[in-house]
Design a protein around this ligand. Sequence first.
Ligand code: NAG
Ligand code: NAG
Ligand code: NAG
Ligand code: NAG
Ligand code: NAG
Ligand code: NAG
Ligand code: NAG
Ligand code: NAG
Ligand code: CU
Length: 575
Amino acid sequence: MEAYNSFSSQWRFVFVLGLLFFLANAANAVVQHHDFVIQATKVKRLCKTHNAITVNGQFPGPTLEINNGDTLEVKVTNKARYNVTVHWHGVRQMRTAWADGPEFITQCPIRPGQSYTYRFTVQGQEGTLWWHAHSSWLRATVYGALIIHPRIGDSYPFPKPKRETPILMGEWWDANPIDVIREATRTGAAPNVSDAYTINGQPGDLYKCSSKDTVIVPVSSGETSLLRVINSALNQQLFFTVANHKLTIVGADASYVKPFTTKVLMLGPGQTTDVLIKADQPPARYYMAARAYASAQGAPFDNTTTTAILEYKTPTCTSKNCGTTTPVMPPLPAFNDTATATAFTTSFKSPKQVPVPTKIDENLFITVGLGLNKCPPGARARNCQGPNGTRFSASMNNNTFSLPSNTSILKAYYDKIPGVFTTDFPKVPPVKFDYTGNVSRSLWQPSPGTKVYKLKYGSTVQVVLQGTSIFTAENHPIHLHGYDFYIVAEGFGNFNPKTDTSKFNLVDPPLRNTASVPVKGWAVIRFVADNPGVWIMHCHLDVHIGWGLAMTFVVENGVGESQSLEKPPPDFPKC
Ligand SMILES: *[C@@H]1O[C@H](CO)[C@@H](O)[C@H](O)[C@H]1NC(C)=O
Ligand SMILES: *[C@@H]1O[C@H](CO)[C@@H](O)[C@H](O)[C@H]1NC(C)=O
Ligand SMILES: *[C@@H]1O[C@H](CO)[C@@H](O)[C@H](O)[C@H]1NC(C)=O
Ligand SMILES: *[C@@H]1O[C@H](CO)[C@@H](O)[C@H](O)[C@H]1NC(C)=O
Ligand SMILES: *[C@@H]1O[C@H](CO)[C@@H](O)[C@H](O)[C@H]1NC(C)=O
Ligand SMILES: *[C@@H]1O[C@H](CO)[C@@H](O)[C@H](O)[C@H]1NC(C)=O
Ligand SMILES: *[C@@H]1O[C@H](CO)[C@@H](O)[C@H](O)[C@H]1NC(C)=O
Ligand SMILES: *[C@@H]1O[C@H](CO)[C@@H](O)[C@H](O)[C@H]1NC(C)=O
Ligand SMILES: [Cu+2]
């Protein structure tokens, strides 16, 4: 009796302890609700007022701040005249592909007048992500930061900075961006380049009519700030720097990295970088500046420079007296400075040893690059304004990805609707050639299709992303939805498995959601297919997505509910 009782009370003690632990965790994790109203709003930039599409009338849109483990519930109501969807860039969306957002991949668009509630939990990710429209070119103005703090009680792996500031780098057209992409789709030519870059929505004082609205980032002498830098530009990789200050990189794409210092950052669209900056210079005003890293030779690009001002707040330097001094301008790399871009992207490492898959079940080799389509006989010249009367296109493994138009791939997969996609995306290019050399014209025209590649739940995947020099070689920021992947290596020329495999970092490679595939080069990524659903992998230059530089993975369910896609939400949009 005695023994039984003591066992029972011991057991009860363990049970109560477990319950308390569970309640403590459940109490910490919250469900945050937000309302996003997509609406046209008057926004004045570069001396002209536009009816920009915004969220809640804000440009950039609202910053969402959560803790690791929290659930977001965002009701998006479309009061604009365009179809819209919202993508939560970099969020893993475990089992909730329905909330991922890319139109016609995971969902039909939210039509004007309709609404849809995105519901998902952020788990195991900390740092900076962002959200943006994933429909036509609406993300030019529909975007904002998504900041994930450590769980309550947890801390950063670096001393807590005094201030934290999101730095969203964007791209601005002195026209309606939707008109710009529609014009290009009609003509087959490249779309007009932007007229300005922006930091937190403002071009900065190197542009006309912009000086009084230039963004000020306040700092106090001796203090350390955390800049959460996000490249939300549509079509341009950007260099970013701050005059006279050392930048310490501590995170990227919502994963911590082994800290390293640099003068210059290079981010492809989609990428984020967390930077510590210490106010250790004489109190004054210093420009932070960004301009293009333009790797394609001869292609037109926006060559302007956006700025914000790092302003010391001290008794000797207030906005009254320092506000009138000209900020110190930093040097910026040349537009084609691939050496600086590469030195930056290859500096990233995970903070410690990470579980990189070493036994590979699925080994894919995917070419990424442009193409030119011959115009069909009888086509009008005004619809064939690409080089020499062609139309621009792009492909992965020679497949120009075309979106379905009457349903999403996810819904078609879930409901087993035939005829929407095919499962024959090739695991190697149909033709082998010298990818970065002078490519024969007979190989320039890719073929269209809605091809997916199926992955078994839990399979280990390696993808070699090989840039091509068809028409022109350039750096492509390749983004995979639903996953973070390890970038185990990158290099120039044609990937050679015999000599390049030995260079793989299988110890502490960085974990990211967007890889910069070097111009005339390659990058190798690895991940475990542990998230069932339909996940697009695409170039994050919107001009290239429109041309078909994408493919889609279908990841099958595993065993039991915890390894299976959830049911679609009741308000899931219909086409
Ligand atoms: C694109 O640029 C051309 C040349 O400057 C201009 O004529 C055209 O109107 C622009 N298109 C749009 C949609 O702004
Ligand atoms: C940008 O390009 C224009 C021509 O399109 C040129 O006149 C100007 O000098 C260039 N600016 C820079 C900073 O390279
Ligand atoms: C970069 O551009 C400059 C001129 O702007 C040119 O002289 C140089 O050769 C280019 N470098 C590369 C690597 O293309
Ligand atoms: C266009 O045609 C000209 C003349 O035939 C040729 O020199 C040039 O290489 C062509 N350009 C492209 C991009 O096909
Ligand atoms: C959608 O369109 C495809 C071809 O474009 C057609 O085969 C399919 O039947 C259509 N599906 C539905 C659900 O209307
Ligand atoms: C590329 O190859 C074609 C033949 O395939 C040749 O006519 C052309 O001169 C070559 N161009 C260069 C830059 O080597
Ligand atoms: C792509 O496919 C088209 C059509 O089958 C073919 O003409 C072209 O040579 C292929 N190009 C490559 C790079 O495989
Ligand atoms: C809006 O989405 C619907 C499908 O839900 C599609 O049929 C329609 O063509 C789209 N409209 C535009 C302008 O893309
Ligand atoms: Cu691209």
